[in-house]
Design a protein around this ligand. Structure first.
Ligand SMILES: Nc1nc2c(c(=O)[nH]1)N[C@H]1C(S)=C(S)[C@@H](COP(=O)(O)OP(=O)(O)OC[C@H]3O[C@@H](n4cnc5c(=O)[nH]c(N)nc54)[C@H](O)[C@@H]3O)O[C@H]1N2
Ligand SMILES: Nc1nc2c(c(=O)[nH]1)N[C@H]1C(S)=C(S)[C@@H](COP(=O)(O)OP(=O)(O)OC[C@H]3O[C@@H](n4cnc5c(=O)[nH]c(N)nc54)[C@H](O)[C@@H]3O)O[C@H]1N2
Ligand code: SF4
Ligand SMILES: [Mo]
Length: 697
């Protein structure tokens, strides 16, 4: 029998983009196996990556377009489905204008798809109303990074630098569950004599690895960072030479920090002054140190200022723009980094250019062959866009997100989706959002198509096609190609990813995220290329840029900018009616809205459903026993899930994972209060009360 060689590629899920080999089996099915040559995971995979091929099975995925008829979704031909989408989008535009058309994308889409989706919205539909789920992910860190350094690349250094630094403060990241193979970098750090500080209201599996665990009240990281900065100043641990040579704005930042007394910070955060002092000592003692943030401090209505305060701590101590030192954000989705660079964001053009910058508009319009004046301006942010469905926005094209489960105040978002005149969803499975659609387009997945992603390190990678998609399924690029043609744009929307990438290179050339020197061939031959990577010059091939900011920051004057921020309360503090704080997050065996992982038996067995994590003291006060059905009630709604009692959480806080729809949907409760700069919703804290509904079922 013919043996089929494995294809080296990358995982469909998170931003670590672990390398894996994928082989179609002669007997049917697809095997995922170890690929040791990729330096990030060196063969290791988490359970999600290991079982990813199960979602390729026609048993769990969509294999035919669906069109709503008589209230039900029924199978239809591709021609009929695409005709209908084009007709309804065109009709809505004719009646209400281009901005009545919305487009919603995802950070899991490849660079080619994200680029094409942004171009499709602006060139074919002519709408400004496009945004994507990355707004819910790392937008606060992106805004703070851009403000401080003039450039947002999640990690300005490769993960392999972590074991060689002196101290890492990991703020609101549970990477033991969210990126398991990366835990190795922290273990190696400690084996090398470095120290790890974890900041998390819960003693997570990640926090258990730490030398020091600080457990602040949710939503108080800003005060915590300022308290540490205060101690850095009063203990004389600032790096005056670095501040003088490489930064601006220290006087204001120093004054802001001095206004946050350690005792006052202790009262706000619940972290004692001796622990604050110990953290400062561990962070400042070694030659080098890093601060890494994830969703804990970022998904707050003050996420941008919060990350700004952590960056200020790095700048004041000279822990930025130097080898083995710096601030980084651990981006989340498979293409969470690339997805935020190439134009599916409301205010953005490819290459991380700004939509309101006349030079950027001219450059990109030139590549697209259109008049810059025809490009719409910036649109609404993700939640604001979803909130406008059925009123200002009458028809929506959604690709790569499942907001019925993942958006804040989800019952309201679900109602807005139902209020649309027309909803088209491209997905690989019938997600909860696809269930509401008028047309569902079944698309190919990671192992069935080729495309690039950019990992949390800023490393551009090639995902290669390894298997053939079932008949009846088409690519997202094909969908956009066909819709563009039906809406009168015959050229400029190729369905071939390499052709799209060639154009993306030109569109990004000279921009902050410059991909122009990267080719599929280069990516196929190695283990990825770090952007910026400008076009080859006479001096030769540009090697890419694993480490940023070592000589200068990307600001106009080359200096990093202090943020100088002040602590403020969360948008919804507990009161008599809602006395507790709810925070939300993830478990290792489910991914995001669960659309994909809830279809894998092994993962469901490991993580079968939602739960409410609470402290034994709180449980005793409520009279709740392990497994009891608890109702968690916020001003937005009510969710019911079993109690999981553990002393690893603060007694004033309850935690729910957000991976499930229905009665236990955490996002029924969450508060869509937005950060004023990044427009990030406050997923990480809202006020709730908890009631015992009854004994376990
Ligand atoms: N298994 C799994 N892995 C994933 C994903 C998944 O859904 N499942 N999703 C991927 C994506 S898109 C992302 S964005 C990443 C997210 O990766 P993480 O950021 O690691 O994930 P979360 O669980 O959302 O949040 C991390 C921690 O923040 C803590 N936290 C809650 N509130 C606060 C607070 O106010 N302050 C602080 N400091 N901490 C707080 C929570 O207790 C939690 O342990 O994971 C990626 N990897
Ligand atoms: N309460 C709470 N809510 C949260 C968070 C939290 O911490 N707490 N975290 C937020 C964060 S960080 C994120 S990133 C969001 C994520 O939440 P979502 O945006 O809902 O992300 P996914 O569940 O990954 O949805 C991706 C959808 O696209 C489909 N899909 C996968 N690949 C492709 C493709 O190539 N093409 C197309 N067309 N479809 C594809 C999948 O099947 C799935 O239905 O959730 C946010 N919501
Ligand atoms: S850690 Fe992330 S990239 Fe790696 S196997 Fe798991 S889900 Fe996939
Ligand atoms: Mo995310």
């Amino acid at each position: 029998m013919e043996t089929i060689a494995p294809t080296p590629t990358h995982c469909p899920y998170c931003a670590l983009q672990c390398g894996m080999n994928v082989t179609p089996l002669a007997a049917g099915g697809v095997e995922v196996s170890e690929r040791a040559d990729f330096p990030v995971n060196r063969g290791a995979l988490c359970g999600k990556g290991r079982t990813a091929a199960e979602v390729l099975s026609p048993a769990v995925r969509l294999t035919s377009p669906l069109v709503r008829s008589g209230g039900r979704l029924v199978e239809a031909s591709w021609t009929a489905a695409l005709d209908l989408v084009a007709e309804r989008l065109g009709g809505t535009r004719a009646r209400y204008g281009a901005d009545a058309l919305g487009v919603f994308g995802g950070g899991g889409l490849t660079n080619e798809k994200a680029y094409t989706l942004g171009k499709f919205a602006r060139v074919v539909l002519g709408t400004s109303q496009i945004d994507y789920n990355g707004r819910f992910c790392m937008s606060s860190a992106a805004a703070a990074g851009t403000r401080a350094f003039g450039l947002d690349r999640g990690l300005p250094f490769p993960l392999e630098d972590i074991p060689r630094t002196g101290c890492v403060i990991l703020v609101g990241s549970n990477l033991a569950e969210t990126m398991p193979p990366s835990l190795r970098f922290l273990t190696e750090l400690r084996a090398n004599g470095g120290t790890l500080i974890v900041v998390d209201p819960r003693r997570t599996r990640t926090a258990e690895q730490a030398d020091l665990h600080l457990a602040p009240r949710p939503g108080t990281d800003l005060a915590l960072a300022l308290g540490l900065l205060h101690l850095v100043v009063t203990e004389g641990r600032t790096d005056e030479e670095f501040i003088r040579e490489r930064t601006t704005g220290w006087d204001a930042a120093r004054a802001a920090a001095m206004a946050h007394w350690p005792e006052q910070v202790e009262r706000i955060t619940g972290v004692s002054v001796p622990l604050l002092r110990e953290a400062v000592r561990l962070f400042c003692a070694p030659e080098s140190a890093m601060v890494l943030t994830a969703r804990g401090p970022e998904q707050q209505s003050k996420g941008t200022d919060t990350v700004g305060a952590w960056i200020d701590l790095c700048l004041a101590t000279g822990r930025a723009g130097r080898p083995l030192s710096g601030y980084g954000c651990l981006t989340g989705q498979g293409n969470g980094q690339g997805g935020r660079e190439h134009g599916q964001k409301a205010d953005q053009l490819p290459g991380y250019r700004k939509l309101d910058d006349p030079d950027a508009r001219r450059h990109v319009a030139g590549v697209w062959g259109v008049d810059p004046d025809t490009l719409p301006g910036p649109g609404r942010s993700a939640y604001e866009l979803l909130d406008a469905l059925g009123t200002d926005i009458r028809a929506l094209l959604l690709m790569g997100s499942n907001p019925v489960v993942s958006a804040p105040r989800a019952a309201h978002v679900e109602e807005r989706l139902r209020a649309l005149d027309f909803l088209a969803v491209a997905d690989v499975v019938l997600s909860e959002t696809a269930e509401l659609a008028d047309v569902v387009l079944p698309v190919t997945q990671w192992a069935e198509e080729t495309g690039t992603t950019t990992s949390l390190e800023g490393r551009v990678l090639l995902r290669r096609q390894a298997v053939t998609a079932p008949p009846g399924v088409r690519g997202d690029l094909y969908v956009l190609h066909e819709l563009a043609a039906r809406l009168g744009v015959e050229k400029g929307f190729p369905a071939d990813p390499e052709e799209v990438f060639a154009e993306l290179r030109r569109a990004s050339a000279g921009g902050p995220a410059d991909y122009s020197g990267i080719t599929y061939r280069r990516l196929a031959e190695g283990t990825g290329v770090f952007w910026p990577c400008p076009q080859d010059t006479d001096e030769g091939v540009h090697p890419g840029t694993p480490r940023l900011f070592l000589d200068r920051f990307a600001t106009p004057d080359g200096r990093a900018r202090f943020a100088a921020v002040t602590h403020r309360a969360t948008a919804e503090e507990p009161d008599a009616a809602y006395p507790l704080l709810l925070t939300t997050g993830r478990v290792v065996s489910q991914y995001q809205s669960g659309a994909q992982t809830r279809r894998v038996a092994e993962l469901n067995a490991a993580a079968p459903g939602p739960f409410v994590e609470l402290h034994p003291r709180l449980a005793a006060r409520l009279g709740a026993a392990e497994g009891d059905a608890l109702a968690v009630v916020s001003r937005r709604g009510r969710a019911v899930a079993p109690a999981r009692i553990t002393d690893t959480i603060r007694p004033d806080t309850v935690f729910m994972p957000f991976h499930w729809p229905g009665e236990g949907r955490a996002n029924t409760l969450t508060n869509p209060a937005l950060d004023p700069t990044s427009r990030m919703p406050e997923f990480k804290s809202c006020a709730v009360r908890v009631e015992v509904v009854g004994p376990p079922e």
